[in-house]
Ligand binder design. Sequence first.
Ligand SMILES: [Zn+2]
Length: 389
Amino acid sequence: MYRFTLPRDLYHGKGALEALKNFKGKKAIVCIGGGSMKKFGFLDRAVSYLEEAGMEVKVAQVMLDFEPDWIVAMGGGSPIDAAKAMWIKYEYPDVTFEDMCKVFGLPELRKKAHFCAISSTSGTATEVTAFSIITDYAKGIKYPIADFEITPDVAIVDPDLAETMPKKLVAHTGMDAITHAIEAYVSTANCDYTDPLALHAIKMIQNDLVDSYNGDLAKRDSMHNAQCLAGMAFSNALLGIVHSMAHKTGAAFADYGAHIIHGAANAMYLPKVIAFNAKDETAAKRYGVIADFMGLGGDTTDEKIKLLIDYLRKMNDDLNIPHCIKNYGADSYPTDQGFVPEEVFLERLPEIAKNAIGDACTGSNPRQPSQEEMEKLLKACYYDTEVDF
Ligand SMILES: [Zn+2]
């Protein structure tokens, strides 16, 4: 038996934020991250819509005292993910972080509050997913919390919010989204319910991402839907080792002054992982289907996979994302000598490889890497060398 879970309601299209006017409840808390939701006026609008719905509204950080029956999380992936973790804590104050990280092991939520997520970026799709990524800065590791309990009750996918994204964020979140769709499509947990969502998202991202990056706002609106469809796919089909590697390298070199931003990490690792996974016959066929769906040409499966890899690498170039960690600058742009020194990378490699194998996303990858293979794969992602193993 398989489970396919999505938010009960999804409001989309320009101005969808207004859906908050029709929420039923007594008290709502609005959680935001940095300042952009406030700066661009979306916070004020959300608060006034909820007040119009007859609710008492407070903004962030007072959840336990305030006892809300609605948690409304707005912003990029991180603040919404943090609000998901706060929601678990609010429902079960004694739960520990370790408890939360047990995959599909959360207790039943919604005893105290329902959850609405409103994304301002077009990548993580956390507004529709069963995931929350929490970074442990002390350990330099990102942990996914995974459980359908934290799939939001309501998602609001309003492209007005995404139009405020700076260019670099458009690039990174967009490559995150195409990685979600491709990993979901070849995941061992793929099914007839997730495949069409993944393929359609891939096609939309192929059509829209680079133009969105170059300032086409209609395409940016479309990307906001595309990333959400990719999210619906991967929340139910799960992901693969591109994400395992991105999770475990993202903060691993923070002591050298920067993070490898999630979407950029995915963009660099995805072509390498496709080459690695393509040794699995079923995965190879599925990559071929993706290439066909994108209209990339090629006669044999091998040719199709090569064309897919080339296409994705070209997207990195168009979006000013490097191809490997060695060339990843502290500002995320390509540079000759990136911020991760070679000897530091090699010294930390065995530990990072071990952590990546243990990541929650590895289980559904079509090919299970050994420690040695994962180290070789990560090396290929550092030096941008061919994956022929
Ligand atoms: Zn991702």
